[in-house]
Design a binder for this molecule. Structure first.
Ligand SMILES: [Fe+2]
Ligand SMILES: [Fe+2]
Length: 193
């Protein structure tokens, strides 16, 4: 349903289980970045009224996810650590050439956002099914549902604002590229690592 070309190696969950503090820290920053992306889309594309309205709603939702993760970190007796760079996202964002019309740039940003949501959703599903800590598993099950909706929304906006055929082709190409990136990942306790 998410269109991803390469499923995550389930052994990734074993790596995560050994370091819950690191995964929660990384996850908190994923939610912060999702919030920042939504704000940035508002600032960059203010004339796309429907998008602006949806992004306002998304900012609220993503920052509430950040709070949920932050609360969980505190509940476990930890303090939020520093952000680390996300190699997955850095590599992914090199796919589309820079420049082009405003619409092209918007479509590219929407497709990147859709893919990051899709992969996060897939990873949350795996955590919800495989984690031995049932409370944490349930936490990820709820978030998985939200991220699936975000994936659908971003892809829908890309198709709405761009040329449908062109957008679908770009989406498929981006999915192929992402699968290549994933082949070298799934080895660390980060949401996308
Ligand atoms: Fe989120
Ligand atoms: Fe999201």
């Amino acid at each position: 349903m998410l269109g991803l070309k390469l499923p995550t190696d389930p052994r990734w969950v074993n790596i995560v289980e050994k370091n819950i503090e690191d995964i929660l820290t990384d996850h908190a920053y994923c939610e912060q970045k999702a919030t920042s992306t939504a704000i940035s889309l508002i600032v960059s594309f203010p004339e796309y009224t429907e998008l602006v309205q949806e992004m306002v709603a998304l900012v609220k939702e993503e920052i509430s996810h950040f709070k949920m993760v932050h609360d969980l970190i505190l509940k476990k007796g930890w303090t939020l650590g520093r952000d680390r760079k996300d190699d997955y996202v850095i590599q992914l964002l090199t796919f589309f050439p820079k420049g082009g019309s405003r619409t092209t740039q918007l479509v590219h940003r929407l497709l990147y956002a859709a893919l990051i949501e899709a992969r996060s959703c897939e990873r949350f599903r795996l955590l919800s099914e495989e984690l031995e800590d049932k409370e944490l598993a349930e936490f990820y099950r709820k978030l998985m549902v939200s991220e699936a909706n975000h994936y659908t929304m971003f892809l829908g906006f890309a198709r709405q604002y761009g040329d449908r055929k062109e957008v679908d082709k770009k989406w498929q190409d981006l999915l192929e590229f992402e699968a290549q990136i994933m082949k070298n990942l799934s080895k660390s306790e980060t949401i996308h690592g």
